[in-house]
Design a protein around this ligand. Structure first.
Ligand code: SAM
Length: 314
């Protein structure tokens, strides 16, 4: 049994166009599922990256198997181009949490298992408990609305603030119960799903990381190099779609905040390969329910210079 069942692996290998003598970056190493498969698919080199200190132990095992074909950078992928300066042939992102993180109650990601209300992938900085215990009610509601797309965000924020005045939140199930009390039952998913998603995104600045990670990948990819991104919810997919559309020369994808010299777009830095999102096959869904919401998009780097790194809102 894998620690984390890699999602859409054949599609990732295909879109990365894995070939001998090339160098790839697996920006979300996790349990190393993609990394291992890439290194087995061709006599290439691979640099793994992960912000979770627990990924390092698994990375050590990879060094023993693959020797100097594999190396590991323990860092956030927003800093990809600070750690990797030699141009590469492909970068893959598998966004979100790993099963190892989700299934370990001590990491505090799950609303179904009791654990500390943590959710920090890097195990540093403010935790989910810090957010729910300190944010103003308005900001909490905004966060749950924006990152959780939760319609009952105000009701939930009010219930959280009421409860924390009596006792601050420390445990996952405690928060899940309060959210359940505020939302009630009825839907197909657990009532705390969207609130937990929102907190996770905020604690780990997931959208900011993704935006900067894509820009960093743009900076280090060789012409012809592939960018492959697997996402798991609409906020992430929208961001990737707009990034690729804009860099692929579609004005529609360009942020209103992107300063354009004389209203002229820079030359496209990517050619979009996946005109539509690639989805998991029925066969994969039958064996791995966590692939359910996965979407893959891919693009090839052009010869054009990387765009200015100012993608607020893209
Ligand atoms: C879905 S898992 C990747 C699983 C991997 N593809 C596999 O097959 O084992 C996502 C991983 O990305 C890491 N991660 C998420 N955001 C990150 C970031 N901004 N920088 C570096 N690593 C990040 C998480 O810690 C987690 O280990």
């Amino acid at each position: 049994m894998n620690l984390h069942e890699p999602v859409m692996l054949p599609e990732v290998l295909q879109h990365l166009a894995v070939a001998p003598d090339k160098t790839y970056v697996d920006a979300t190493f996790g349990a190393g599922g993609y990394s291992r498969a890439i290194l087995q698919a061709a006599d290439c080199k691979l640099i793994g990256m992960d912000r979770d200190p627990r990924a390092e132990g698994l990375a050590q095992q990879m060094v023993q198997i693959f020797g100097d074909r594999f190396s590991f950078v323990p860092a956030c992928f927003s800093a990809l181009d600070q750690h990797i300066v030699t141009p590469v042939d492909g970068v893959v992102f598998d966004i979100g949490v790993s099963s190892m993180q989700l299934d370990d109650p001590a990491r505090g990601f799950s609303f179904q298992k009791d654990g500390p209300l943590d959710m920090r992938m890097s195990q540093s900085g403010p935790s989910a408990a810090d957010l729910v215990n300190t944010l103003e009610e308005f900001d909490l509601a905004d966060l749950i609305w924006r990152y959780g797309e939760e319609r009952a965000s105000r009701r939930i924020a009010a219930a959280i603030v009421r409860r924390r005045d009596e006792a601050p939140f420390a445990r996952t199930l405690d928060l899940a119960d309060v959210v359940k009390g505020a939302v009630g039952h009825g839907g197909k998913t657990h009532p705390a799903t969207r609130t937990f998603q929102a907190l996770r995104i905020a604690v780990n600045d997931e959208l900011g990381e993704l935006r900067q990670g894509l820009e960093a990948a743009e900076a280090i990819l060789k012409p012809g190099g592939r960018l492959v991104v697997v996402t798991f919810h609409s906020l992430e997919d929208r961001l990737v779609k707009r990034f690729m559309a804009a860099r692929g020369g579609k004005r529609r994808g360009v942020s209103r905040h992107q300063p354009l010299p004389e209203d002229r777009l820079p030359d496209p830095s990517f050619e979009v390969i996946t005109r539509r999102t690639v989805l998991p096959t029925d066969a994969e869904l039958a064996v791995n329910p966590r692939a359910r919401s996965a979407k893959l998009r891919a693009a090839a780097r052009t010869e054009a210079p990387a765009w200015a790194r100012m993608t607020e809102g893209v």
